[in-house]
Design a protein. Structure first.
Length: 82
């Protein structure tokens, strides 16, 4: 049985919310994120990366973002909005 087990590892790129303002989140730790890329937040909130800088990313939030806080995890989807 042990010989048949083959673990599958899937790399994830995860960042952290720096701050949340009205409909916009500033995020650090997503060096590979691209312009117009969808990202996911806790509570099934989606966002679109629009201001991609070397140290932080500005993300337009889609949905009920008022439950998001600094320190929450953000994950890339590698999917484009368009």
């Amino acid at each position: 049985m042990r010989e048949a087990f083959a673990p599958q590892l899937t790399p994830r790129e995860v960042g952290t919310i720096i701050n949340v303002a009205t409909g916009i989140a500033k995020v650090s730790g997503l060096p590979g994120v691209g312009f117009d890329e969808l990202v996911t937040f806790p509570n099934d909130v989606l966002g679109i990366a629009f201001n991609v800088d070397e140290d932080e990313v500005g993300i337009v939030l889609l949905g009920e973002y008022w439950r998001l806080h600094a320190g929450d995890e953000v994950q890339r989807t590698a999917a484009s909005w368009t």
